[in-house]
Structure formats: structure tokens, C-alpha cells
Ligand binder design. Sequence first.
Ligand SMILES: C[C@@]1(CC(=O)O)c2cc3[nH]c(cc4nc(cc5[nH]c(cc(n2)[C@H]1CCC(=O)O)[C@@](C)(CC(=O)O)[C@@H]5CCC(=O)O)C(CC(=O)O)=C4CCC(=O)O)c(CCC(=O)O)c3CC(=O)O
Ligand SMILES: NC(=O)C1=CN([C@@H]2O[C@H](COP(=O)(O)OP(=O)(O)OC[C@H]3O[C@@H](n4cnc5c(N)ncnc54)[C@H](O)[C@@H]3O)[C@@H](O)[C@H]2O)C=CC1
Length: 485
Amino acid sequence: MNSEKFPQIRAGGSLLLAWRIKNKNVLIVGGGNVACSRVIKALEADSSITLVCPEQGLKEELKYRIQQNQIRKWINREFEISDLDGMDMVLSAIDDPVRSREICQFCREKNIPVNVADVPPLCDFYFMAEHRDGPLQIAVSTNGKGPKLATIIRDHIQDNLPKRIGDSIEAVGLLRQKVREVDPDHASSEKRMNWMSKICEEWSLDELKMLNEKKIDELISHYKNNNVPKYSEIISSEGKKGYTGRIIIVGAGPGDPELLTIKATKALSSADLIVSDRLIPKAVFANVTCEIRLAPSKSGETKSEDAQDLLQNWCLEALNEGKTVIRLKIGDPFLFGRGGEEVAFFKERGWNVEVIPGISSGLSAPMAANVPVTYRGLSDQVLITTGQGTKGKLPNLPTYDIMRTTVVLMAVGKASELSKELLDKGYPPDLPTIFIENSNRPEERLIEATVSTLGEVVEKEHVVAPSTLVIGRTVNTLKNQELIC
Ligand SMILES: C[C@@]1(CC(=O)O)c2cc3[nH]c(cc4nc(cc5[nH]c(cc(n2)[C@H]1CCC(=O)O)[C@@](C)(CC(=O)O)[C@@H]5CCC(=O)O)C(CC(=O)O)=C4CCC(=O)O)c(CCC(=O)O)c3CC(=O)O
Ligand SMILES: NC(=O)C1=CN([C@@H]2O[C@H](COP(=O)(O)OP(=O)(O)OC[C@H]3O[C@@H](n4cnc5c(N)ncnc54)[C@H](O)[C@@H]3O)[C@@H](O)[C@H]2O)C=CC1
């Protein structure tokens, strides 16, 4: 026989199983940290816990769980053999290897599976480092070689998983259940399995996450003909059935509610839900009556991708409920606002997207500081760029042109680096620059510097975001002229 035809056996492992212990009697011996962690795992598997440990050995956490009735029965003394009566599983977590060995021996005699935390060779099974997200459980075993390493590997896996994957699994669970309901026949098993497998392969996790009862019903209607539709087909047929969801990406301007366009103001008052982040000044919502949801700002409070994911999912959920959703963005959506990417995101999911422009601080902030970005004889072009280009790097700036005004958004954290880059590109060291902090808001502040002093001025004056930086000869043109912007 050809031995390569079949999988090779790698001996020495454990059998990894998902052990169902719902309502089973689990005895936990001990009251320290290990016992605490065993109690959590046994509770999360819906088992019924008996804890045996003298009161003086109990950690606070276990006292709390006893008081909350999470532990069915607590026996306030050391372990006795009679504690094993009626037990389906025993987890011993004591600091007495001799007693542990005895407990283990008693369990063997009674055929009860046992884990003894301090004597691994006697364990019938080991615990694993686990990641949990709803119905998803991922567990790592090193077979006793490196428990701490197991946790590090688990963390690594956890950090690399798609967000809210548990929701996708819940949705698939619902879909499987419905397929069985509409076609319960045992003879259909192969058809059901093939169809489910194809849906899982062809739909992204994000798309699966968005399955609700209505979409599942629509999807099931395709099962009958063994057809695997795309997510966008389900969405568009939902629309045909009278779903009126509408998504409008609106630029909020620089922060002064009076600088919202009339179109934006009208859209805000027609919305069912406004989705934005916490950087948006509250004044913008002065006349809004509908629900407003604000995600943590993308810088600082949470990872940028997480915030973006959350915002977009809020929008999709409301769209599927037929709501008019406004994705409100500071400034102009298409100028460093990721608006373009969001249009693509919603289009891919079958939605038509409307966009309303906003006044970008790239132009309104210089004006607030009395800086004309063009001026005959001084500047005949404007470059609007960012301090945070691809992967947070500075963009590749062109060499100095005496007739150009340069406006840099998101430059505060990059002032020193930017100063060097500008000098390298031939910008004169004493060329005037100005930071407009919180432009068009009551707390607006103007901070002047030159190309060579950008870094030190930001530090000395504690310049904060959001700030717009303007560089060029026109910075000083109207300096002593009173103007109200
Ligand atoms: C054999 C096993 C039997 C069992 O307990 O089932 C066992 C045995 C022992 N662990 C010891 C030490 C540590 N255990 C941890 C942590 C965990 N230990 C877990 C499982 C297992 N531990 C089983 C093998 C699993 C595998 O290999 O994959 C985890 C994964 C699951 C869980 O317990 O729920 C959980 C992480 C949970 C999480 O974070 O999610 C840490 C780290 C920490 O506490 O931060 C340390 C200190 C650092 C280190 O030693 O690595 C010692 C004392 C050694 C000594 O005295 O020197 C023994 C006894 C011995 O080895 O003799
Ligand atoms: N498997 C694992 O992940 C780990 C295992 N260990 C091992 O597990 C043992 C327990 O760890 P911890 O919880 O940190 O210990 P700990 O020393 O904090 O707790 C021991 C507990 O057992 C109780 N106890 C002792 N004899 C008892 C008996 N006969 N009946 C009932 N209760 C009894 C004590 O009152 C105390 O509450 C350690 O000795 C260590 O060898 C330690 C760390 C991790």
C-alpha cells in the first residue's frame, strides 16, 4: 500500500475536543487563583459547580461568586472523598501535591475525569489558553511544555482576528438552523452542507455579520434552487421590497455651525440617524433632533480601524432598517476624510451613496487667520497636503516655489520632521508660517513660526490638534489689517 496516500500520524499530542458540560456536576477543590480561573471556565460552559475549600483559603473573587449564587454549593472545609459522589468532573487546584495525587487516585477509582493543577502527569486533560468571542472559542495547547507561551500565542492569534467575528458565526448559526427548518430531510444533508459551505466561502465575514432575519429569509429562497447569491443581490432585492435606506456622506465644515452648507443643514434635519466621531463640535448638532451616534475619535481613544469598522457597521445596520443615515465628517469628506473609501464601502454593499461637500479647513483656516492663500504677485498656487500621509509618513513634498502657498493639515505631531523636510526641499528658514488651532471655533488660536522654528514653537506653545499649518509669503500679507472672517 502507498503510505503517502494517507495522513501521517504525529504521536504525543492530546485529543482536542469541545467538551459539553452544561448542567454537569463539576467539583473544584481549592480557593486560590487557579481555582478562580477554573470557576470562570466551568461557569462559561454552563456547568453546576461545587467548591470545596476552607473559608480562610478563599480568594475574594470566589467569595463574591458564592454570594452571587454562581457556585451551586460551597463546602467550607478541606476535601473529603465523599465530595466525589455524583461528580462528572473534578478540577483540583490546591498547593499540596501529595493530597493532589490522592484526589487523583480516588477519581480514577470512580471513573471521574480529573485535572490536578500541580501534578500535570496525572491529569486526564489539560486546560488551554483561550480566546472567546460569542460562540467562537480558540484554544492553544503546548501540552504542558509552556503554559505562559500558550497565552502569548493566544494573544497573537487574538490580535490578528477580524473584528466581531463572533457576530458572523451567530449569523451563520441562524442561517443553518433555518435551512434545516425548510429542508429537514435526512436525504438533503449533502445539499444543505454544500450550500452552507459555499455561502461561507463566498461571503466575507463582514457580509455574514450583516445577516438578519429578513436577509436570511431572502437567502433561503435561493437555497431551494441551490443558488448561492452575492450579498449585494440580497441587499438590492431587499430594496425592491420597499426598503428605503439612504446614506448621505456630509461634510460638516470646520466646526462653526454657520459654516455648514444649506444642503448639509437640510440633510441633517431629514435624517433618522447621524453617525460621526467625537471630534465633531457639539454646536454642529444644535438643531438636530434625531439619534446621534459618536464613535471614539480615531486618534488616541481607539485603534483607527476599529473606529472605522464601528462607524460603518452602525450605518449598515440602520440602512438595513430602512433609515436615512448621515455619515457626518468634519471638513470636506473627500479631502483627507476617507470619504472616497466610504463611498466604495457602501457601493460594494449595494447602496447608492449621496455626498454633500463641506468647507475644508484647508481653505477656511487660512482665511480665519487673515491669510489669503493666493495673492497677485505673491502666490499663484496652493498645495494642500497632510502631515500624516501613507502609513503615517510625511508625503513627498515638491521643492520650494516662491509663488506657492503650502497648507498642511494634521501637522502638529510632525512639526520637527516637517521643518527638516521643508528645509531639504529648499524652503527658506525664515519663511513665515502660522498654525491655526481649532479654526472657526470659539477656542481658535493663532501661533506664528518660521520654517526653521516649527518644531520648537509647537512644543513651546503646546499647539494641539486640530490645527492647520500655512506656509508661505502670504502669511504676513494682511498682518496688520483688521478683518473679520
Ligand atoms: C499542564 C497544565 C495543567 C493544567 O493546568 O491544566 C499546566 C500546568 C502548570 N502551569 C504552571 C504555571 C503557569 N500556568 C500559567 C497559565 C496557564 N496554565 C494553563 C494550562 C496549564 N498549566 C496546562 C498546560 C497547558 C499548555 O501547556 O498549553 C493555561 C494555559 C490554561 C488554564 O489554566 O486555564 C493558563 C493560561 C490561561 C490564560 O491566560 O488564558 C502561567 C502563566 C500565568 O499564570 O500568567 C504559569 C507560570 C508561567 C509558566 O510556567 O509558563 C505550573 C507551575 C509550574 C511551576 O511551579 O514551575 C504548572 C504545573 C507544572 O507544570 O508542573
Ligand atoms: N495549572 C496552572 O495553570 C497553574 C498551576 N499552578 C499550580 O496549582 C497550584 C494551585 O495554585 P494557586 O491557586 O495559585 O494556589 P494557592 O496556594 O493560592 O491556593 C491553594 C488553595 O488550595 C486550598 N487548599 C489546600 N489544600 C486543600 C484541600 N485539601 N482541600 C481544599 N482546599 C485546599 C488552599 O486553601 C488555597 O485556597 C499551585 O500549587 C501550583 O503548583 C500554579 C499556577 C498555574
